[in-house]
Design a protein around this ligand. Structure first.
Ligand code: CP3
Length: 347
């Protein structure tokens, strides 16, 4: 039997529009907090395939989404390239030696050697493939990566940033070094995603969470073209595996979107009707409820009904327009999922 989520990614007709939520395996679920406590911390959890598989499955059973997303983090890539990732409580991710020079970049592990170090991710996927197949409910498994640009922002700044001043200084004063960083990350990501597919994921999502930091006229040069290069590589190896691109906050780029991928993830700041007008003929659209609507069941239903109406003759996957926040009541997440499935039913 085919999987409703995969069918929807490929633009096939489905009995209802499938739904999942970015960051659906996480801190709003008490069951996740219990497994994380057992693991000791977040990175230990990412490194433990049995526990990572367990939290990946949780939202399927607890909130009823149509697809699971691999539990991991985008920053395991620079970690295995040799950057030594830490997650500091109340602060977030931290790299103590950010990239400043070409020599710093040359010291990092690249290509196949770096991709081969992410064995715990491939083992998690293999476990999940067995577990999902055994359930027999045909829920899909999404694998993911950060876009080279989004990964580079952490590698250059050493942490999250509001201004991106260090990487933008590099963009305008030493673009060659930034391109060298992006190219090296792109090579690792291609092989990493190929290995995720070979381990058993059904769909790929590329998160460009910090796309909006780049001015529109530079977005293709410093981010999109690398994402397209990754998509082209994966399509040449595994043409039937759907690819979702999620560049967050780039409404001015909608007219310029190109590439061989299947689904365009619409963030919450872009009206779905506008995305449909610009891209709906060429791509399936995913999204895009403003995640804070999850604090109110009424605001949630209102948005889901409006999205279902806008997309009733279009190809669509429900999602949030960015990740779910940790203090959202589980009840409300369940309500969102049920409303998506109810209000889009076609039979
Ligand atoms: O979506 C899922 O449920 C799968 C797991 C997943 C995580 N991170 C787990 C996580 C995914 C897909 C990510 C991607 C990710 N990680 C992105 C891109 C997606 C997005 O939201 O834009 C980014 C930018 C990161 C980097 C990252 N990881 C940050 C900035 C932080 C700290 C801030 C925060 O949200 O706490 C993380 C930590 C992280 N990644 C957590 C989880 C569940 C919280 C860790 C914890 O349990 O304390």
């Amino acid at each position: 039997m085919s999987k409703i989520f995969v069918d929807a990614c490929l633009g096939k007709e489905t009995p209802y529009t499938p739904v999942w939520m970015m960051r659906q395996a996480g801190r709003y679920l008490p069951e996740y907090m219990a497994v994380r406590a057992k693991a000791g911390n977040f990175l230990n959890l990412c490194h433990n395939p049995k526990m990572a598989a367990e939290v990946t499955i949780q939202p399927l059973d607890i909130v009823g989404v149509d697809a699971a997303i691999l539990f991991s983090d985008i920053l395991v890539i620079p970690d295995e390239m040799g950057m030594d990732l830490e997650f500091i409580k109340g602060f977030g991710p931290k790299f103590n030696d950010p990239l400043i020079s070409q020599e710093d970049l040359d010291r990092l592990i690249g290509g196949e050697e770096a991709a081969s170090k992410l064995t715990y991710v491939y083992e998690t996927i293999e476990l999940l493939r067995e577990q999902l197949d055994a359930r027999g409910d045909n829920k899909a498994l999404i694998g993911f990566t950060g876009a080279p640009w989004t990964l580079a922002t952490y590698m250059i700044e050493g942490q999250g940033t509001k201004t991106y001043n260090i990487c933008k200084k590099m963009m305008y004063s030493n673009p060659e070094l930034l391109h060298n960083i992006l190219a090296k990350v792109t090579e690792v990501v291609k092989l990493y995603m190929e290995k995720q597919i070979e381990a058993g994921i059904d769909v790929v999502q590329i998160f460009d969470s910090w796309a909006a930091a780049i001015e529109p006229s530079k977005y293709d040069e410093f981010s999109w073209k690398y994402m397209v290069e990754i998509a082209d590589y994966l399509k040449s190896k595994h043409p039937h595996v759907p690819i979702i691109m999620f560049p967050k906050g780039v409404p001015a780029f909608l007219d310029k979107v190109y590439g061989n991928f299947d689904v365009f993830g619409v963030d919450w700041s872009t009206p779905m009707a506008l995305a449909k007008e610009k891209l709906g003929e060429r791509y399936v659209l995913q999204g895009n409820m403003e995640p804070c609507r999850l604090y109110s069941k009424e605001a949630t239903t209102e948005c889901v009904a409006s999205l279902a109406n806008t997309m009733k003759e279009g190809r669509h996957i429900f999602n949030l327009g960015h990740g779910i926040l940790p203090d959202v009541p589980v009840e409300n997440a369940k309500h969102f999922v049920a409303e998506c499935q109810r209000l889009s039913r076609r039979d």
